[in-house]
Ligand binder design. Sequence first.
Ligand code: SF4
Length: 206
Amino acid sequence: MKSSFHLDRQNEDIDSRIVAGLERISEVFRVLLWNESKEFSLSPIQIQILIFLDTHSKDKCKISYLAAEFNMTKPTISDAVKSLEEKSLIKRKTDPSDSRSHYIELTGKGKKVVEKSAMFTAELEKPIHLLKDDDKVTLLLNLISIIHHLTEAGVITIQRMCMTCVYYKKDDSRNIHFCKLLNKRLKNTELRIDCPEHSMRNKILT
Ligand code: SF4
């Protein structure tokens, strides 16, 4: 069977064109991040780490979690963190609940870089804003379904979306989503992709 990138197959098969489209979108992230990183003399992963630290709780701001989040090895993340530390953009703090453990937080200088760099997706948001509401819901549900499949297949290790959460329940017969933690029904538009209260159904990190 020819790959999704083979043009003969793409012209005959919509699935292959969707895969090729997703590949183009992943390239957009790479290009936008690269442009941003050049401006601040940082690598793309360093920018991603800074943005992640700004938007997630302390328990996730640790080397092992960052390595799993970005599908990289701990030494690679450690090198990136060391470089950010040398540039005074982050600092390491002792975890009050475990003196042998450290988490990472942004310095004031790091926060200023995040303020400027976190908008790197602005160009991508423009065509999404133009979609009809129904089309946005369809796109969101399909993206969740694809991400869920990739998580179940072990391609992505860390997810914080409803479908992988211990608090999530679905009534398939009525197509109703429910969050046991918030104790409320979730509309399709409320399904989360990165939830601060998420707890992984099968814990990967110890
Ligand atoms: S805690 Fe968050 S991720 Fe889990 S089901 Fe509720 S809303 Fe979804």
